[in-house]
Write a new protein. Structure first.
Length: 620
């Protein structure tokens, strides 16, 4: 699967059934903040951060509203990193815990399990799980599923079933050509040569708006041309081979095939035109190398034995030179030069299959490794090599940060030692308990006031001062003689005291209710203050012990990182050796091909000299 399409599919899988990006233009509502953070990193193509944050959020149970979507996204990211065992276990957990009514979720999980089995080469198992997938409503997923189904069925020899499935598949924009070329191949494998030819012929005639589709069209024409050559129809084969673009990646193979088509028709002079072009242009591809033999063969068939012998000698010189260069390339690859250049793959990003493959430059003998460097096996191993390098770099950064964590703990320990005595001193004053006692006293007084009903208890400070002043005045007036003037003053003081008492009595119930409300409102605050007091008291005892715990956790993390780094280095070394093996395997194959060409050229040259020696007028 191409990275862009896998990314789109993962985005589709990241949302709840029925609200897929492909099926709806409405924005998806994110209800959990941590899930939104995961999606942010995912959309930023920071897939390593996305998967780590997702795993942490799941561990801490922070995804209450996006459980299924997060589980599915985690499985997809694991699959993108090639973690097939973990991804399979993740998808099986989804099936075990999922709701049977959620058919779309189950279909997507079965799809992923099928893909895992297909990638592992378990075609029978993949075919079995394929039957558990329903018909998806999303066109892109339906096309992807059709291609996967066809690949499985063709591996099992069920070519007719594969062709039928591809014919019935819905093809959205950008998918139709892929479905058609696979359908044509399936038909030809099933023995429906003419029908498969028609499908590939139609594809080969279509206009293409992108370079990718143009290359796909060239490949269809090239494959059909060679198939017809093998079937003994060189004239029709030449027609399809002529459609291959001269600027495309398959031009050399097409020119070689076109020459053989002319040769099969007995037109060796026409065959020389593309073959001579290949020899003139040069190059190191197998088609150009084979043309070195094809040109003198055509000349010999035309009766021009002397020129044929000259071209055979040129071919021998070319093969000797190429063989020497390939042997040098093999020595360079074995010496580790290729592996040293793999550091170019350390792009500082990670993302499994989702990120584009890194491009290697300056590779020794790279002209011989064009196919293997672009091949899926090499690129997947190269991505693994890159991701392991990224992980090692990340772990080394974390290892460097451990000193910072130790410093942070030391800084907090010093702050504790400076502040703890003052806090302990305040706590020893029991201010919160005193506050609660005062509140309890007020509540008891309020209860007594309700029972006794004395308005003076709820008088304001000013009113209490006025009451005390009136009582003092009455006491002083009581000591004065019984005279009319003093009697009037005593009557006025009594009247003023009565008015004040009447006011206090009139406001008493309102004031009593207000005090009750204020005390009730203060109750949770007093309780919270007391609880905070206890928490701070307990924290002072726990914090000091916690510093040792932090150091132990940092030590444990450091030990884990130190244990992981050698394993990552070993895995990266194995990945590099795998890349080296692939390169050496390709170079050895090319070397053996050159050895075969050289043997054929030497034998043909000897035969040419023998024929020339027996021809009339030959020199002794």
């Amino acid at each position: 699967m191409r990275p862009r399409r896998l990314l789109l599919l993962l985005l589709w899988l990241a949302f709840a059934p029925g609200n897929s990006v492909a099926a709806s233009d409405k924005p998806q509502q994110v209800l959990d903040l941590h899930y939104g953070e995961v999606l942010f990193h995912f959309y930023q193509q920071d897939y390593f951060t996305a998967i780590t944050h997702l795993m942490v959020a799941r561990e801490e149970n922070l995804l209450q509203h996006h459980g299924k979507e997060s589980e599915l996204l985690l499985g997809g990211l694991q699959l993108s990193y090639g973690m097939l065992d973990q991804a399979e276990a993740q998808f099986h957990r989804l099936l075990d815990t999922g709701d049977d009514s959620d058919s779309e979720l189950r279909d997507r999980v079965w799809y992923y399990l099928t893909k895992i089995n297909y990638q592992r080469g378990h075609y029978q198992k993949a075919y079995k799980t394929l039957q558990d997938i329903g018909k998806p409503r999303d066109k892109a997923l339906a096309a992807e599923l059709a291609l996967l189904s066809a690949g499985i069925e063709m591996e099992l020899g069920k070519n007719a079933e594969a062709a039928e499935a591809l014919e019935n598949a819905r093809a959205p924009e950008g998918w139709k050509e892929y479905l058609e070329i696979n359908r044509g191949i399936a038909l030809m494998r099933a023995g429906e040569i003419e029908q498969g030819r028609q499908v590939l012929d139609k594809l080969g005639k279509q206009s293409a708006g992108t370079e990718e589709l143009r290359a796909l069209r060239d490949r269809a024409n090239l494959g059909l041309g060679y198939q017809l050559l093998r079937a003994g129809d060189p004239e029709l084969a030449r027609e399809y081979l002529n459609r291959v673009r001269l600027q495309g990646p398959f031009v050399q193979a097409a020119m070689l095939g076109a020459g053989w088509a002319d040769a099969e028709l007995g037109d060796y002079e026409s065959a020389l035109t593309p073959w001579m072009n290949l020899v003139t242009v040069g190059g190191h591809q197998p088609a150009a190398q084979e043309a070195r033999l094809a040109v003198p063969y055509a000349l010999a068939q035309m009766g021009d034995g002397r020129r044929a012998a000259d071209f055979y000698e040129q071919a021998l010189g070319y093969y000797d030179s190429e063989q020497q260069q390939i042997e040098q390339a093999i020595d360079a690859a074995r010496s580790g030069t290729l592996i040293s250049l793999l550091s170019q793959a350390d792009t500082g990003t990670s993302g499994g299959w989702l990120n584009d493959a890194p491009t290697l430059k300056g590779v020794p003998s790279g002209r011989y490794l064009v196919d293997v460097l672009a091949g899926n096996s090499f690129q997947e191993s190269l991505k693994n090599y890159r991701d392991l390098g990224y992980l090692a770099k990340l772990l080394n950064q974390w290892l460097d940060n451990m000193d910072i964590y130790y410093a942070m703990v030391d800084a907090r320990r010093q702050a504790y030692e400076q502040r703890a005595p003052k806090i302990r001193e305040r706590l020893d004053k029991q201010e919160a308990a005193a506050l609660q006692a005062r509140w309890q006293d007020y509540r008891d007084q309020l209860a007594a006031d309700r029972k006794d009903g004395n308005p003076l208890d709820l008088a304001t400070g000013k009113e209490k001062s006025q009451w005390a002043l009136l009582e003092k005045v009455q006491t002083q007036l009581a000591a004065l003689p019984d005279q009319p003037r003093f009697n009037d003053m005593r009557a006025k003081a009594q009247w003023l005291k009565g008015v004040l008492y009447w006011q206090l009595q009139a406001d008493y119930k309102i004031r009593l209710w207000d005090v009750h409300k204020q005390l009730a409102a203060l109750e949770p605050q007093v309780a919270e203050t007391l609880d905070k007091h206890r928490q701070i008291d307990a924290a002072l005892d726990n914090v000091k012990a916690g510093f040792a715990g932090y150091n132990e956790r940092i030590d444990a993390l450091r030990a884990r990182i130190l244990a992981l780094l050698p394993r990552i280095a070993a895995a990266r070394g194995q990945s590099g050796q795998r890349l080296q093996h692939l390169a050496l395997e390709e170079l050895e194959t090319r070397k053996q091909r050159l050895v075969s060409y050289r043997s054929q050229a030497r034998y043909a040259l000897a035969r040419s000299y023998d024929q020339l020696s027996r021809s009339p007028g030959a020199r002794p």
